[in-house]
Design a protein around this ligand. Structure first.
Ligand code: HEC
Length: 192
């Protein structure tokens, strides 16, 4: 008799924890979408404002200080790491992907090549790393028309802006992109 009730208790617990896990995952994904959305809106808001005021030349310097500041403020506030990464970076110290991010970025490029819209591409999962468990999430960042002034082909960027980029970022790899191509992704990592 006790065996049957123990079994049904176990089945009940199993079901409860499976449901909980699905709920948890949905919540984690919702939080990740929220925080990564804030990062992109804040950076592009600052950049567009500065661009309209002073054009691409000075905006390069503003972006150089604003983007890392926005990333670290949002990361601290939410107890996560949130920032932008790319397979071809401008800022190698902030934007270089780790192995998980590199795999996801490559998968994003394949998904886009297969016809998926860059605006829709995202991926999240729970990852076990040597130091702990994390929820990790990434969302693709497609090139818009506005981005070409600083990430387009050499011909599309003004000579003064090119010179400014070269002096601020001597190892820049982040030019030569066409509108619609993926410039990179925003990445989010939350300890569980
Ligand atoms: C005024 C020039 C300028 C414009 C316009 C611009 N960017 Fe950037 N972008 C930069 C600079 C400078 C950095 C490096 C910021 C840093 O030091 O963290 C950068 C970095 C990035 C990064 C982080 C990865 C890396 O390479 O370091 C991404 C992703 C990115 N830009 C995407 C975009 C997209 C998408 C647009 C259009 C919506 C855009 N940028 C428009 C100047 C610009």
């Amino acid at each position: 008799m006790w065996t049957r009730s123990a079994l049904s208790l176990m089945a009940g617990l199993g079901l409860a924890s499976a449901t909980l896990a699905a709920d948890d995952l949905a919540n984690l994904t919702a939080d990740a979408r929220d925080v990564t959305g804030q990062l992109l809106r804040q950076i592009s808001g600052e950049l567009k404002r500065e661009y309209q005021l002073s054009g691409s030349l000075r905006s390069v310097v503003v972006c150089k200080y604003t983007a890392p500041e926005v990333s670290s403020a949002l990361s601290r506030k939410n107890g996560v790491v949130v920032k932008r990464v790319s397979l071809r970076v401008r800022n190698p110290s902030l934007g270089s992907p780790d192995p998980w991010e590199q795999k996801v970025l490559e998968a994003f490029d394949r998904r886009r090549a297969a016809g998926e819209s860059g605006e829709q591409i995202e991926f999240g999962e729970i990852v076990q790393e040597p130091v702990g468990r994390y929820y990790r999430y990434m969302k693709a960042i497609p090139m818009a028309e506005f981005c070409v002034a600083c990430h387009g082909t050499r011909e599309a960027i003004s000579p003064a802006t090119l010179a400014q980029i070269a002096s601020e970022y001597p190892h820049d790899q982040a030019i030569g992109y066409a509108v619609g191509e993926l410039r990179g992704a925003v990445t989010y990592k939350k300890p569980l």
